[in-house]
Design a protein around this ligand. Structure first.
Ligand code: SF4
Length: 347
């Protein structure tokens, strides 16, 4: 029998399957979702308000595929926790849990590896293996919630992989996250972080949920961006920004731009002015991220350069902040635990 991962089902499909294919009564769908998404019970036999017959039918037809926790690192500085999970086929992905005073953010992966090969990214160095199913995306979140015994209230598709290159599964996972009968996470608490795939950004603009969009620019010109983000050879920075403008016109939502600051590469006042020029007529926010340890050996700019960059953007009328460093003692960026597991080293 073809055993399915129940986490791959959105609410309507699950209800239809349970009633039409395996003969459960309709109201059972809500009970099962409650056990999985609220109570974090991942064994049908423990769902005590279901009859023994229904529990057995469910066990025969479904599995609840929570990824297996291989390794966990917890920051002594701020509690940031980095997870390495193994999937059913033995592939591994990373997720990160970050704590802020009033919220918890889970950075989850959407692919095993990544095809985009950004120079500064450990995941990009390990190549691309496959897309994650929506259930595998959701499974990371449930595994973290169970591990920490807490409810995560913000999710960012910022782990391993480019979410817009796994569009359908990512959208389905968002439906599951957002559904009031399933994970119950408000759409505004869900962010897609992309390296910038213009036609997919435009497709996302048609999606009628209030999710947030974050786009990694990391350089103000094509010449610079080509050096660190090979995807820029395919989609120029102007095409990416143009797609963001279309997104903004259609959704009326502010776009966040991520900008990694690299010493001697993209960190001067002139770079800041070029960046302001590029996005100046948009409703945008810039997150400046002084670079962490990375495979290419890039270095973090001095505090003074970071301040000048920030100040220049603000004076040019751009909302910008320097993102607080989290998990500094465990190198919380994604991809590094997995590289250790599969034996890839970097400078
Ligand atoms: S930074 Fe993101 S898009 Fe670039 S290689 Fe890494 S995972 Fe892929």
């Amino acid at each position: 029998m073809n055993v399915k991962n129940i986490l791959d089902f959105n609410y309507n499909d699950l209800k239809k399957y349970l009633t039409e294919n395996i003969g459960l009564e309709k109201y059972r769908t809500d009970q099962i979702c409650d056990w999985i998404y609220k109570k974090k019970i991942f064994d049908f036999q423990e769902m005590t308000n279901l009859s023994k017959t229904d529990r057995d039918i469910l066990t025969e037809n479904f599995q609840i595929s929570i990824p297996y926790l291989i390794k966990k690192q917890v920051s002594k500085v701020d509690g940031t926790t980095k997870y390495l999970f193994e999937l059913e086929d033995g592939n591994t992905v990373e997720s990160v849990l970050i704590f802020y005073p009033n919220r918890t953010i889970a950075c989850i992966s959407s692919q095993v590896g990544c095809p985009l090969k950004c120079e500064f990214c450990s995941t990009g160095q390990s190549g691309f293996i496959r897309n994650l199913s929506s259930g595998e995306i959701i499974g990371q979140l449930l595994a973290i919630e169970k591990d920490k015994n807490l409810e995560i209230n913000n999710v960012v598709y910022m782990g391993m992989g480019e979410p817009l290159l796994n569009f359908d599964n990512v959208i389905r996972s968002i439906e599951i996250l957002n559904d009031p009968k399933m994970k119950r996470l408000g759409a505004r608490h869900i962010t897609i972080s992309t390296a910038g795939i213009p036609h997919k950004i435009e497709e996302l603009a048609e999606y009628k949920k209030e999710i947030r969009l974050s786009v990694s620019l990391h350089a103000p010109t094509n010449a610079q961006r080509n050096k660190i983000m090979p995807v820029n050879h395919k989609y120029t920075i102007e095409q990416v920004v143009q797609a963001c403008k279309i997104y903004q016109e259609k959704t009326n939502k502010r776009v966040t731009f991520e900008y990694i600051l690299i010493k001697g590469f993209n960190d001067t006042k002139e770079d800041a002015l070029k960046l302001a020029d590029l996005i100046g007529n948009m409703k945008a926010m810039v997150n400046l991220i002084p670079i962490n340890e990375n495979p290419a050996g890039f270095e973090k700019p001095s505090k003074r350069f970071i301040e000048i960059f920030l100040d220049t953007l603000i004076k040019a009328g751009i909302d910008a902040v320097v993102r607080a460093e989290k998990g500094s003692d465990i190198l919380a960026a994604c991809g590094q635990l997995r590289l250790k597991k599969i034996g890839v080293s970097y400078k």
